[in-house]
Ligand binder design. Structure first.
Ligand code: NCD
Length: 301
């Protein structure tokens, strides 16, 4: 039996249907036995370029297939709950990569179904795989992390990349300077927790002084997390790293950014050999390959 089209149930008779039911059962048994071919699903409820594409590139490089889900064309638009969506997609994939505006969304997803979940950013909370690729970039450039002077500069209140990175850097024993526009300081409890856990030096300031900095890590103002967009735009305009600051910096300073960059980095900085943010983004692929392959148990044969 081989049909050319299936356009109406009227096109099938009972025998055709029985044929399909038996064939379906055969496929179901077959793919539950198949341990080799794996599928990764990316569920991005918030915009993304690098994280989404580098996860997909990493999966493909590992021979893992991808399911691309697009919030705009999904049943979220019909009112389906996050929980239901996650449960459904977990039936189609072996691992889920989730980005959501709500803090704790990825943890919640990990609790309502059985497949491994990777948090690709939950609101202003955490972005752990970004931190791994950031540490990889620092380590690749400086061959060590311990003892470096690392400055985090930007919106430290809402940027999840910063709020993850501060733990990673402290864990490796670097000295931290936190610089932010007034009102966008990192939460006190995070600083206290990091200090207590890793006994590192953390200096907080509002003025930009890079004279001792080995690694400058910038991020944009996280406009979408402000209750007043006007306030965000005002800070964004005032907050820009000028070439003057960089002239006073160490010759081998590296400048990192999770991207996207908006107005905070002048275009001319791109040309400096110190600016490593494009290669930093490229590092997302091998680092995410390491993470995916580990969570899918692909490394211990
Ligand atoms: C970051 C994010 O989404 O948190 N982007 C990224 O993943 N590279 C940083 C940002 O949006 O500012």
């Amino acid at each position: 039996m081989r049909k050319k089209h299936i356009l109406s149930i009227r096109d099938l008779d009972k025998k055709d249907i029985e044929y399909y039911l038996k064939l379906a059962e055969k496929y179901e048994n077959y793919f539950s036995m198949d341990k080799k071919s794996k599928i990764l699903a990316t569920l991005f409820f918030e915009p993304s370029t690098r994280t989404n594409l580098s996860f997909q590139a990493a999966a493909k490089r590992l021979g893992v297939d991808t399911l691309n889900w697009n919030v705009q064309f999904s049943s979220t638009q019909k009112g389906e709950s996050f929980e239901d969506t996650v449960k459904i997609v977990s039936n189609y994939a072996d691992i889920l990569v989730i980005r959501h505006a709500l803090e704790g969304a990825a943890r919640f997803a990990s609790e309502v179904q059985d497949k491994p979940v990777i948090n690709a950013g939950d609101g202003a909370n955490q972005h752990p795989t970004q931190t791994l690729l950031d540490l990889y970039t620092i380590w690749k450039n400086k061959r060590t992390i311990e003892g470096l002077n690392i400055t985090l500069l930007g919106d430290l209140k809402y940027a999840r990349a910063m709020k993850s990175l501060v733990y990673g850097i402290a864990m490796f024993g670097a000295n931290l300077t936190l610089i932010s526009p007034a009102g966008l300081e990192m939460d006190k409890w995070i600083i206290e927790e990091v200090k207590q856990k890793f006994s590192v030096n953390i200096t907080q300031q509002n003025n930009i002084d890079l004279s001792n900095t080995d690694v400058l890590y910038l991020c944009r103002i996280q406009k979408e997390r402000f209750s007043d967009p006007y306030e965000a735009e005002k800070v964004q305009k005032e907050f820009r790293i000028s070439l003057d600051y960089l002239r006073k910096a160490k010759e081998d300073i590296i400048i990192m950014h999770p991207l996207p960059k908006i107005d905070e980095v002048p275009k001319e900085v791109d040309k400096l050999k110190n600016a490593v943010y494009f290669s930093q983004a490229k590092n997302g692929v091998p680092v995410r390959m390491a993470i995916i392959s580990d969570l899918l148990n692909m490394n211990d044969e």
